[in-house]
Design a binder for this molecule. Sequence first.
Ligand code: PXG
Ligand code: PLP
Length: 441
Amino acid sequence: MSEAVSRPNNLDAFWMPYTANRQFKQTPRMFVAAKDMYYTTDDGRQVLDGTAGLWCCNAGHARPKIVEAVQKQVAELDYAPAFQLGHPKVFELATALAELAPPTLNHVFFTNSGSESVETALKMALGYHRIKGEGSRTRLIGRERGYHGSNFGGISVGGIVSNRKMFGTLLAGVDHLPHTHDIERNAFSRGLPLHGAELADELERIVALHDASTIAAVIVEPMAGSTGVLMPPVGYLKRLRTICDKHGILLIFDEVITGFGRLGGAFSSDVFGVIPDIIITAKGLTSGVIPMGAVFVRDDIHDAFMHGPEHLIEFFHGYTYSGNPIACAAALGALETYKEEGLFERTTELADYWEDALHSLKDLPHVIDIRNYGLIGAIELEPIAGKPTQRAFNAFLKAFDKNLLIRTTSDIIALSPPLIITKQQIDELFDGLKSVLRSLD
Ligand code: PXG
Ligand code: PLP
């Protein structure tokens, strides 16, 4: 494809999400194609995908099962109304997903994104308590440095100041746990850090402040992705589970990033052994190909809604595109690809090699921490004095010039490649990153 064809003349109209728009439009970076582990840029370069797009293309790009499923579906049934009507694939997909989920979470609600899955889960939690006669349970507890998407519920329980401060009072009745990132005690941990399980006890403090009878749910990412790959310390999630159980509080895991293989199992419960009451997913569900999210819910929470006259709607919630046929086809294609190629197991098999390669960057300039689990990793850099985020963003730009796609947030480089990455490509990624880090101011 020639540059003249692939680069639009006018970049002005499109207001880009979470982007420095003016800077981008002066020096645009464009992808025009993708296959397996590589993107093609508009100037014809092959860029190694170190981030699975935005943590979503877990099966890699343009994978045949997914491409075929989508092409076939769009020609056969493009859209079916989502309310009071169905189509076969949405039931087939929900059943397949329920089989993948923990044994007690057999009901699935479809959305179109992680953000919508978050709103859905919070509404389920509030509705559930009300149905059970505990309507005073309205408080939601999130966590500092949590990311739960961009919508109002999500930014309220989320813990990212720049995502919150512009937007007024948000949801009322929200409190936050402290985050678990502690470089002083846990720097250069391999796998889960040893220190910090006691941070879960802050939930007891919040309960003591508000009383358990006012609290509906706690929502956390089992491993926080967006704010820089923050690991749960050993024992932390178990402790949260115990405290929630003690006080009748629902535990919601936001697995938009951790779901579908990133940590080496379908969900974090497969890896960390803690089962939440509600699981939020999106991204890897379709390997990023068609927007789709899914909320998995514990059977008795679902069943609590299934009362009253049968002709009445039980849960006043849904989206025009909930369970969209093409998204369902993409998800079924993705699940088939994950299964046939054993990609979740592959993550576990590759994890040691990934870990060693990542930690080989330990002694490079400015590196103050490295952390990893499954096929996810982060390199935290010392910020340039007075210019936070600049050093890591420079690394992103230099990496892009060297044909590597990485992601940065504040001064942290986050890596989360498609699960089809080979050892050779892991070497390519870290050899390139080494020279990037050596070249930074
Ligand atoms: N929850 C979590 C835990 C997420 O990571 C969302 C909700 C929202 O999903 P949607 O589909 O509405 O974007 C996310 C999304 C990054 C980055 O690099 C992370 C996300 C999205 C885009 C970029 O930090 N996470
Ligand atoms: N706004 C208006 C005016 C609508 O009619 C609808 C859906 O019918 C929505 C918003 C919500 O759109 P969606 O179902 O795609 O989330």
